[in-house]
Write a protein that binds this ligand. Structure first.
Ligand SMILES: [Zn+2]
Length: 430
């Protein structure tokens, strides 16, 4: 796939996926279209040899797998892991604020968001809403307003003269977005959601909104930027870029090996949840693929997990934030992430396998280790590796502005990651 096609496919995926619920639904739709069949964890599973399936948990985490040729499972699984969530502003349970003639919604910060870039953006609202119909039945419905219905205006510099020498954001007081003028009687978010959902799902009849998980997002579409179109600017590149690359690799795989893609929610808040990487989702699925304990352990010990999550490219204006010998560059290939304190799960063995795969498909590879005087981030790699006992390599596309509302990746890296993950899934021996 040429760079531009890979970037366009990723841009479409990001646009369709403003929340983890939508990301999981986008993954599911593309898998379904490619012939993967949905499994329900509440049912018995009867898996056919060579079958291709996917399963959702909490509508926000997804595992897809292809069983490969007969005996492929005994040869180990080629697993790719990524996460569906991104830092954002979540709407509070009773969010309505009516102040100085304006209607605002109170928000809670989800994950380690870079807050300054949220100001002066054309925001929309999306997520999952749980409703009751007139028969007393509950429904979990996804909702995406799509249109820009909110904004967080900056305070004018005239009212904050020192702002350019340090911009502190108080998340409680500074962030509630403005949606409209206040009116009498006061507006009610649940009523707004009910009427929006009713217009989209008239078949359900009147709906009463009981609860929701909604977040704001930037409506600006992903764009190729730069004089030569070298960069892709978009929201949620961390980590929809990796979810998308893993999905494309799985869809392109040759069907010989047993392959699995796991994309989980709640990574940005530590992964400890029923559907997060620190919950039992992946183990539960593997137990059903391989019910015999001894056979499952043998298979896991022959498996490798590529934990794909973006890496920090070296920023020319802040180059001192990187170790001088470990400054990954945009468009120069995926980055192997190493941390001797196990914030990344990479070992010399798994890093070598990844280097080998990159060489096989003619993709350059880079490495990252954090400065010795700075703390290191982490990923689902160490969590999954320590829960399953599976050999793992942490890698990712180099990016700028991680956790901003608009991040930046290299267009060639999108295709490079897709290519090397494809080689991994088709690899005969790991
Ligand atoms: Zn991430």
């Amino acid at each position: 796939m040429p760079h531009s096609a890979a970037s366009q496919s990723l841009a479409d995926f990001i646009q369709a996926s403003p929340t983890p619920f939508h990301a999981a639904a986008s993954l599911a739709a593309r898998l379904q279209a490619a012939g993967y069949r949905q499994l329900d964890e509440r049912d018995e599973w009867s898996l056919e040899p060579g079958g291709r399936y996917y399963v959702l948990r909490n509508q926000s985490s997804l595992i897809a797998f292809s069983l490969g040729q007969p005996g492929a499972l005994d040869n180990g699984l080629r697993m790719i892991g990524a996460h569906t969530d991104s830092p954002c502003l979540r709407v509070k349970p009773q969010p309505e604020l009516n102040r100085h003639g304006l209607w605002q919604l109170g928000v809670e910060v989800y994950g380690g968001a870079l807050l300054a870039p949220w100001f002066d953006r054309d925001l929309s609202l999306a997520g999952r809403v749980t409703c009751r119909d007139d028969q007393g039945q509950l429904h979990n419905l996804l909702l995406d307003f799509k249109r820009p219905l909110a904004i967080i205006p900056s305070l004018a510099i005239h009212l904050n003269r020192d702002v350019n020498s340090g911009f502190a954001v108080n998340p409680q007081t500074d962030l509630p977005p403005v949606l409209a003028h206040s009116i009498e009687p006061n507006r009610d978010l649940r009523a707004l959601l009910a009427s929006e959902l009713h217009s989209r799902h008239p078949d359900h009849g009147p709906l009463q909104v009981l609860d929701y998980e909604l977040s704001f997002y930037d409506t600006q579409a992903p764009a190729l930027v730069g004089l030569d179109g070298d960069f892709l600017a978009a929201a949620r590149l961390d980590n929809l870029l990796s979810c998308h690359a893993g999905l494309q690799a799985l869809l392109d795989s040759d069907g010989q090996q047993a392959c699995l893609l796991v994309c989980t929610d709640h990574e940005e808040v530590g992964s400890a949840s029923c559907c997060g990487a620190d919950g039992p989702f992946l183990e539960d699925v593997l137990r059903r693929l391989l019910p015999d304990d001894s056979q499952r352990i043998r298979s896991i010990q022959r498996s490798v997990l590529v934990s794909a999550d973006n890496a920090h490219a070296i920023h020319p204006n802040y180059a001192d934030r990187h170790d001088g010998n470990h400054g990954p560059q945009l468009n120069a290939g995926p980055v192997i992430k190493i941390n001797s304190n196990q914030r990344y799960a990479t070992t010399s063995e798994t890093a070598a396998l990844f280097r080998h795969l990159c060489q096989q498909v003619d993709v350059q590879v880079q490495s990252f280790v954090v400065r010795s005087d700075m703390g290191c981030g982490s990923t689902i790699g160490p969590i999954t590796s320590s829960r399953l006992g599976v050999r793992t390599v942490d890698i990712g596309a180099p990016t700028f502005a991680m956790h901003s509302i608009r991040e930046l990746a290299g267009v060639r890296d999108v295709e490079y990651l897709h290519r090397v993950l494809g080689a991994f899934l088709n690899c005969e021996r790991v």
